[in-house]
Design a protein around this ligand. Structure first.
Ligand code: SAM
Length: 302
């Protein structure tokens, strides 16, 4: 009987392992691509555990890097689609991950434009999910920090079928994701994400857990899309567009912000009348409103 190729066990991505690996491939970590590789094996395991990864999952990983998380995800998932923009890491990741029938590589940018996801990545994810008859789609990734916000929000808006996201993001983004009204971190991202999902900070992560060390703290965050919340929002893309326009004027009060709408000014008397009808004080700023008030405002003014 011919031997079935056995998957190569995931390497222990430690600092000395990465040093040796980068030296042997003649590579250097690129900070502008957010290349901060996790060197804490417990944290890699914590990400996989928080993902509750099983054979019925089709997992999307953004940022393959050297494949440390990819291999661990593939040990448990039905399928893993992993995306990497840096061409010089392709051979490294492929060699380290080895021949695994449940891993599919997509080499390119996860975003086609700031607000558009890479269609090849989405198609690969859908195909793999169908191929293994996956019941859950999950995003599980140590994200490059610059694209964390557009990736999370685009996926939440465009993909209601995602069961969960377990993502490493910079601490500042984690704070925004769970911020409450009236605090400095509360912004359009907080409102959008909390309106369609439940958010939990799983663990704060220090710079010493990465190679090279980032300048800021990070966090593992669990985002669970919530169908009931989503149904209350209704048209999620329209709500997102409304929030974007509203938060262009975040320093202005609601009356001024709504009158000076970027996509066509609104009549002040009309704004006052609608705000009075909603029982919302026009002298407040948008960042003082709770989720429910944002929804009512969007319904009245979108
Ligand atoms: N998963 C690896 C780990 O945990 O060690 C690497 C994570 S590292 C924080 C982020 C990775 O995302 C880098 O390998 C980087 O090259 C890649 N990356 C950066 N921007 C990207 C983009 N727009 N699309 C896809 N990958 C990107």
């Amino acid at each position: 009987m011919p031997d079935t190729p056995q998957p190569v066990p995931s390497p222990r991505q430690t600092l000395s392992y990465l040093h040796r690996l980068f030296e042997s491939y003649g590579l250097e970590a690129k900070s502008k691509l957010g290349q901060n590789f996790l060197i804490d094996l417990n944290l890699l395991d914590l990400i996989v555990r928080t993902g509750e990864v099983s054979a019925t999952d089709a997992v999307l990983e953004v940022g393959t890097g050297t494949g440390a998380l990819t291999g661990r995800l593939a040990d448990h998932a039905g399928a893993v689609v992993t995306v990497e923009i840096d061409k010089s890491l392709q051979p490294v990741a492929k060699q380290i991950i080895g021949p695994r029938p449940n891993v599919r590589f997509v080499f390119g940018d996860c975003l086609a434009k700031k607000s558009v996801l890479n269609p090849d990545m989405l198609a690969a994810w859908d195909e793999e999910a169908a191929r293994v008859s996956a019941t859950n789609k999950k995003l599980i990734a140590n994200l490059p920090y610059v694209i964390a916000t557009p990736l999370i929000s685009n996926l939440l808006v465009a993909r209601p079928d995602i069961e969960r996201m377990v993502v490493m993001v910079q601490w500042e983004i984690a704070e925004r994701l769970r911020a409450v009204p009236g605090t400095k971190d509360y912004n359009a991202l907080s409102v959008l994400v909390q309106s369609v999902a439940d958010v939990e900070t799983v663990r704060k992560v220090l710079p010493t857990n990465f190679y090279p060390r980032p300048k800021v703290d990070s966090a593992i965050v669990l985002i669970k899309p919530n169908a009931e919340k989503r149904a209350k929002v209704g048209d999620v893309p329209a709500f997102r567009a409304f929030l974007r326009d509203l938060y262009v004027h975040r320093r202005k009060n609601l009356r001024q912000a709504l009158s000076g709408w970027p996509t066509g000014a609104k009549d002040k008397a009309d704004v006052d009348a609608k705000l009075a009808e909603l029982g919302i004080d026009g002298k407040l700023r948008s960042e003082a409103l709770d989720l429910e008030q944002h929804l009512r405002l969007a319904r009245a003014f979108s």
